[in-house]
Design a protein around this ligand. Sequence first.
Ligand code: SIN
Length: 282
Amino acid sequence: MAYQSIEVRKITPTIGAEIHGVDLARPLGNQQFQEVHDALMDNLVIFFRDQKMSIDQHKDFGRRFGPLHVHPNAPITFKEHPEILVIKADETSRHVAGEEWHSDVSCDPEPPMGSILYLTEVPPDGAGDTIFANMYRAYETLSDPMKKMLQGLTALHDSTKAHYYRAKATDRDEMQFPNAEHPIVRTHPVTGRQGLYVSRGFTLRIPQLKKHESDALLEMLYRHVETPEFHCRFKWQPNSVAFWDNRCTQHHAMFDYFPHRRYGHRVTVCGDKPFHRPSQTA
Ligand code: SIN
């Protein structure tokens, strides 16, 4: 694809590109918006360096792509900005958000289309990377009989797996822990490509199968997602931004920097109900 208003530098042939020539603090013109959107569709996750955004500018950039999502059960840090999810770890942290492979909030009936994470503080010694995986490739590299079987199946995604045990025990009764059933093979609404849509972080079981069958099949798929050839690994610097498409990627946040500090804000763009439309060629 030829870009005129931005520069796109792929970081692997399979997934991920750095975007240059954009100041995210300023409103994007129509051409630049379209090219950033195209770069996201082509590369699945895109990265920007040396950005300085206020909370409002971060939200405005996200709103260019759709209404903003409010997390169903994460604490609201800024009362006037419920759409800002704070990503923070320090010397008191035992876990961090996103340590398990996942696509954000897939427990929602209409999970978010994309997430835009802006980190302003990063740990020393190159720690705290995020790894992203290409779910189109995860699907495409399965055998034909396996693809055929998965096309008829759904999976239950449940937030208790990812969120319940992380919430303060005293807060749990007041919180919402949504769950939803989605097709295992998801058709991307823009590209029309098929991707695998189960994750270790959120998926509970495949209701059409017996429990031991479901457990074994899901474990095989989770391991398949961990195949390094599907991945790129992003090394954060202060003021880097990552924008990923939750409909065709999963990610995994490395927690290899305790007791150091890592801090940033995420805005999350609303999405639509996952569907499966069989492709002509399976
Ligand atoms: C997340 O949004 O899952 C967190 C990703 C990260 O902190 O790198």
